[in-house]
Design a protein around this ligand. Sequence first.
Ligand SMILES: [Zn+2]
Length: 89
Amino acid sequence: MTTSLMFPLHLIDGAVLRCPFCSGEYHHLDGHIRIEPGNDRYDADWSGRGDVIRIPFKGECGHCWQLCIGFHKGHQRIFTQAAIHEPSV
Ligand SMILES: [Zn+2]
């Protein structure tokens, strides 16, 4: 099983999110918040067993990424991943 790359949070003054790819600081929500089930067996696309909450952003820099909170054995891990866009048919 492969997992999309996970990046640590980059913050300004401990509170303002930066783009995980270029450190840009201006972003906008880019779609709906969703919960991906991990089913306690690593089914969600991250390194933990549990569910992950994904908040999609598009930066004014042009990068699309997700703020994620993953649940694993009672721990909550917060990180970012590249946004995955389904190709239009
Ligand atoms: Zn960027």
